[in-house]
Design a protein around this ligand. Structure first.
Ligand SMILES: CC(=O)N[C@H]1[C@@H](OP(=O)(O)O)O[C@H](CO)[C@@H](O)[C@@H]1O
Ligand SMILES: [Mg+2]
Length: 548
């Protein structure tokens, strides 16, 4: 592009999407995320960067998703999706951060510098897929992204309101047409189609009931399930709540994150004792299940539960299809309940890898298995299958003995039902329902597989959360000095005690996690560790108090 036309681009940027704040913003665990009114210039610049990224990747399509996931309504965010539908390559996060923070005056020079540095061929044609969640600030930000794309002569394709995993899926399909069709219909056809297929093969039996209640978090997931619901022909009877009407606010006292962290049922859902409920987050890339018993006590079935359920069923099908040589492994983070890890390794005999928080880390580690099941405890996860695994299973489905063939065919449906690009609440919901149906389980039986250790997660506000450094997949705190020693002392006083701290990548807080043999102990340990963080890492506001 000749310099004169770039001049026009930057003059346009200054005028249309000016940088109005000096607050430093960082591409974190899931992209940029902050108050929506601080983001417009950032999103515009991500439009520019998406085009540059695409041109480094031979013109393959890149995605831009506008969402702040489970955060409350006033927040928003933006993240880039790489050509295979994966999160942006980590080495580009620093580039994104640099571009987001330069002044309007330096934007031109910095963009030119980046183009040179990454060696982008700016003559390539490129299309950028843009999606957004249901926030009222999203359309304006999506427009800023499209303007950024057009500024560098890329072609934006706007999908409007879609779930985050849908956009990942579209990007993957656009760059690899064997994976599916890059449209919402294509997504339903593949994922919901596979579910309906498998239901033909697995009769409903035992304690499994086809009625499922869903908490849509007043976000996009419930709206999409409302479309899907009409096509399910009674295979699954969805009763949807928190669809965004009746004044229900996005993620407010509802949704997967609320249910997981507060360990309370969401508002807005009718609670029938023992009825299983699936709770999605605002952009529908997370899901947890729960039920309320006849004494009004809530029982949570979180990401760890879903991971173990899926891993054990896949193992069963691998055994039945005699494809046991395919190596299945599970990936978790330090937030995984200790009881789940023990169950997976000791009972299921499946190897477990523990990695840092953030889906990109889990996805990456899962790639080292033939079949990698990865889940964060908060319900974000999926299963990925290597080409070798897919080929082997397809071959058995065609050439194996009758019983082997049957199992392999089920497994192929299971693979089709999976959104392998990223954690996907809708895809995960169908996977879980399939396994529960295949095993004739109700939620209570599912819960009885193992007993979770009571746990507690809390936040502490400090002056600068980056004073906290960690090692060993965030399980050990290496600075500030003395904090880990203090945590060790505190943990030692509890049976089955475990605790760790880490700076959040999406909020300006330090997260504290604790588990112990009783809820009371877990709560107390979390509070004591919070005090240690407050004292040793520059706490602000009131010092955390111990539970009464
Ligand atoms: C403890 C926890 O649930 N942390 C979440 C949260 O990250 P933090 O870096 O902890 O803020 O948001 C991430 C993005 O959704 C998700 O990947 C991660 O698991
Ligand atoms: Mg989310």
């Amino acid at each position: 592009m000749p310099p004169s036309s770039l001049r026009v681009v930057y003059a346009f940027a200054r005028e249309m999407h000016p940088k109005t704040t000096d607050i430093f913003i960082q591409y974190g665990t899931a992209g940029f995320r902050t108050k929506a009114n601080l983001l417009e210039h950032v999103v515009y610049r991500m439009g520019l960067l998406a085009v540059i990224r695409s041109r480094v990747k031979n013109g393959r399509t890149i995605g831009i998703m506008i969402t702040a996931s489970h955060n409350l309504e006033p927040d928003n965010g933006v993240k880039l999706i790489d050509p295979d539908g994966e999160m942006l390559e980590q080495s580009w996060e620093a580039i994104a951060t640099k571009l987001a923070n330069v002044s309007d005056n330096d934007l031109e020079a910095t963009t030119a510098e980046i183009i040179k540095e990454v060696n982008a061929n700016m003559t390539l044609k490129t299309s950028i897929f843009i999606g957004m969640d249901t926030r009222y600030t999203s359309p304006r930000l999506a427009q800023a992204a499209a303007n950024g794309v057009m500024a560098l002569k890329g072609t934006p394709k706007e999908f409007g309101i879609v779930t985050t995993p849908m956009l990942h899926f579209f990007v993957k399909c656009r760059n690899d047409n064997t994976y599916g069709t890059p449209t919402e219909e294509g997504y339903y056809e593949k994922i919901v189609g596979a579910f309906k297929n498998i239901r033909q093969k697995l009769p409903v039996y035992g304690n499994y009931s086809t009625t499922l209640y869903v908490d849509g978090a007043n976000g996009v997931g419930g709206k999409k399930l409302n479309i899907i619901k009409k096509t399910l022909d009674g295979e699954l009877d969805l009763k949807l709540f928190n669809l965004g009407g009746n004044g229900g606010k996005l993620n407010l006292n509802c949704g997967a994150d609320f249910v997981k962290v507060s360990q309370k049922p969401p508002v807005g859902v009718e609670h029938v004792p023992m009825q299983r409920v699936a709770s999605l987050d605002g952009d529908s890339d997370r899901i947890v299940y729960y039920y309320v018993d006849d004494k009004d006590k809530m029982h949570l079935l979180d990401g760890d539960r879903i991971a173990t359920l899926l891993a054990s069923y896949i193992t069963e099908l691998l055994t039945a299809s005699e494809a046991k040589h395919l190596k299945l492994g599970l990936v978790q983070t330090a937030y995984a309940n200790g009881a789940s890890t023990a169950y997976i390794t000791q009972k299921l005999k499946v190897p477990v890898t523990c990695v840092k928080t953030g889906v990109k880390h889990l996805h990456h580690a899962a790639l080292s298995y033939d079949i990698g099941v990865y889940f964060e405890a908060n319900g974000h996860g999926t299963v990925i299958y290597s080409d070798n695994a897919k080929k082997t299973i397809s071959k058995i489905a065609e050439e194996g003995e009758s019983e082997q063939r049957k199992a392999a065919q089920l497994l192929l449906n299971f693979i089709d039902m999976t959104n392998e690009t990223v954690g996907d609440a809708i895809s995960d919901l169908f996977l879980v329902e399939t396994v529960l149906c295949a095993r004739g389980l109700d939620a209570e039986q599912w819960l009885s597989t193992y007993d979770d250790l009571p746990c507690r997660q809390v936040k502490v506000t400090v002056q600068d959360r980056n004073v906290i450094s960690t090692a060993d997949a965030e399980r050990v705190c290496t600075s500030p000095e003395g904090l880990q020693t203090r945590i060790d002392e505190l943990v030692a006083a509890y049976a089955d005690g475990r605790a760790f701290v880490r700076p959040s990548g999406t909020e300006d807080v330090v997260r504290v996690y604790a588990e112990a043999d009783t809820q009371q102990s877990a709560d107390k340990l979390a509070a004591e560790v919070s005090q240690a963080v407050y004292d040793l890492a520059g706490g602000v506001g009131n010092r955390p108090e111990l539970p009464a």
